[in-house]
Design a protein around this ligand. Sequence first.
Ligand SMILES: [Zn+2]
Length: 316
Amino acid sequence: MSKTIGVDLGGSHVLAAVVDESGTILERAERDLTDHDPDVVVKAIVQAIDEVLEASKSVTAIGLGSPGNIDLSTGFVAYSPNFNWRGVALGEKLRAQVSLPMFFANDARCATLAEYTFGTGVGTKNFVLLTLGTGIGGGIVADGKLVLGNTFGAGEIGHHQIRATDGFICNCGKTGCFEAQASGTGLIRHALAIAHSFPRSTLVSGKPEKLGSKSIRKAAEAADPHGTAAWSRYTDDLARGIANVIAFVNPETIALGGGVAGAGAFMIDAVLPKVEVLTTMAPRGHTKLVTATLGNDAGAIGAATMAARGGHESPA
Ligand SMILES: [Zn+2]
């Protein structure tokens, strides 16, 4: 059975994993990242790759998923706000130090490929992953193929605006992006924005920066008035974005991953009726909304899967 390495480059750490054809991780190595200087990051990636190669020799190729806009052929990162990179020749630097063939893609597209191939996307042809974390990562599979776009910017679902006049400011600079409103960070911002209406709320009795999305969700589950109001605003915005995704892609399944999606049925049951109301031009009741199953390893598994297939040109 052929084995490849998948590398998931995150803001605070890099994971390299040896993955087999069934999507199972056989070996893994991680390095913390405290410095985003490209050469420091490259060194950490190479160290993690070397560590798993020591343990598992018969590897045929390496795939790497990076945040931001990355050229799939050259690995050139045009823009990565997480790393504050503009125009970094990541692929060239890595290929100079790694002898195996290397393939590149955006990290969220890699996670989508993994969830499509080994998770909740199995059996579908039209599939979307939305990862609700600090931001919203995502990816689209249309007619069985991962959608990448003309300049590798397809699937940036987090940056379509859903509240362009009255929304929160997004990391990308626009107002009211889906990510600003409906990520885990968005849930916190909703709770803080209405805190003045709940003077006896226990949610914000501590320092506002200590408020986490999980405590708000738990408060909503316990029918706390502040938590419930924040959750309602949050699920309104989440539904708005999901309904837009249905209008653009009309997928069979939309999988929700990331920390907030840990709410499971409590989230799905709140969001799905709102999505149905906002779905106008496709038949209602035909999009499955589910919780993603691969978790934090999806990026590495997807990068390895891409490498096993010889890069992005092969069908998903
Ligand atoms: Zn944005």
